[in-house]
Design a protein around this ligand. Sequence first.
Ligand code: ADP
Length: 320
Amino acid sequence: MLKIRNLKKAYGNLHALEGLDMDVTDGALFGFVGPNGAGKTTTIRIMTGLLAPDSGSVEFDGQDVVARPGYLKERIGYVPDYFGVYDNLKVWEYMDFFASCYGLEGLTARKRSLTLLDQVGLGNKADSYVDGLSRGMKQRLCLARALVHDPPVLIMDEPTAGLDPRTRLEFRDTLLELNEQGKTIIISSHALPDLAEICTEVGIIDRGKMILGGSLEEIIGKVQTSKPLTISVFQNMDQAIRILKEHPLVHTMTIKDQEIMIGFTGDTRQECGLLAQLVASGVLVRGFEREAGSLEAVFMQLTRQDEERVVLSYEAESDL
Ligand code: ADP
């Protein structure tokens, strides 16, 4: 549904996007995650036609939206990371205003607004002033406003930032409901655990590039296999080293006393196969373990600003 290729954007000398690729499938609840300053808002503003990229392509359903920004108007609802200045309006007036922007008038507009306010849990606030709403309620109102023309795609920039945990959970439920109704949702956040439970797909952005994308299981799997596997050998070290050197999935090897640390890109089944092979060849294995990574740890490591960053490709660091 959404296909971004080699997107670049600089603000003066600052390269905010450095060749970003991104794919979102139809019906997905896509978590667009990265630390502050990674380039999420810039990407979203380009995606929604508010900002022109320096180069690269953005396609919605095969349509080039950089060349045809008008195509997006009907198709997307956008919730920005700021609320805007409409505080002196009542909630229903606010909704009426946005409905009229999309050509809805009179009773049709009013009915649509009330349905949406109900859906986001603000049904009893239609007569309140926007000014008097809590932050969480304003966020819900923003969501209702973005849905006024019933767009198939909803794009939200850090919608849960600054919300308390309970409001966050309620907001999450509303998103799940909308996604179940068939809306494709793209939601950005600087915290992966915030989105992990609800997202069907995740893209991790860091320093203007998508560094990892796919389903959550795929991402955890990829990072997990990048952690070293530690094998403690009690006897027949030489034999163990010989087998590991010849193994096609072993890319790095560091030996310390009776311990061998390897970069091993196989899955759990292949790990078991390796252990069986070592034992069958007479190596006495005392320990065989891959460090587990929590989701949060995975995210922190992937987006770390220091040299301890997880290496997803082993070619660059072969010790063999
Ligand atoms: P994120 O949404 O992930 O926090 P942004 O897209 O807002 O990231 O910002 C990416 C980088 O571009 C940051 O270093 C930010 O300071 C810079 N940036 C964003 N907008 C502007 C702008 N209008 N002028 C100059 N620099 C900007």
